[in-house]
Design a protein around this ligand. Structure first.
Ligand code: SF4
Ligand code: SF4
Length: 104
């Protein structure tokens, strides 16, 4: 499970995500993952740098608040969001990335 998550997260890359908060993806997700909020938190994490422990704690708390009810780990991998993003973001991989970043 963890290996699969790491594999998918690696596919997502390490840079910021060009999410425009259009919310097209949210209309198709069957489990209500708060996809644009997850993307925002990934971008904040990239901006903060990953080696600052204090900002890491703050980001985790902000992530929990912002994605309450629909964290990235709720993604069931159904692929319903595939091809839905006008920015071409591979959403499912970014959910794996965020799960490792903020929830493990
Ligand atoms: S793959 Fe994950 S994020 Fe995409 S629609 Fe399915 S559950 Fe939602
Ligand atoms: S469809 Fe793409 S750009 Fe729009 S909110 Fe979802 S991830 Fe962001």
């Amino acid at each position: 499970m963890r290996a699969r998550l790491e594999e998918d997260a690696a596919r997502a890359g390490a840079g910021t995500v060009l999410c425009r908060n259009c919310r097209f993806c949210t209309t198709v997700c069957p489990v209500g993952v708060r996809i644009p909020d997850v993307m925002t938190m990934i971008n904040l994490s990239v901006a903060a740098g990953s080696d600052d422990v204090r900002s890491g704690d703050l980001l985790r708390r902000a992530y929990e608040a912002r994605t309450a009810g629909g964290p990235a780990s709720a993604c069931v991998g159904c692929h319903a969001c595939d091809g839905r993003c006008p920015q071409g973001i591979p959403i499912i991989w970014q959910m794996a990335r965020a799960t490792l970043l903020f929830e493990r």
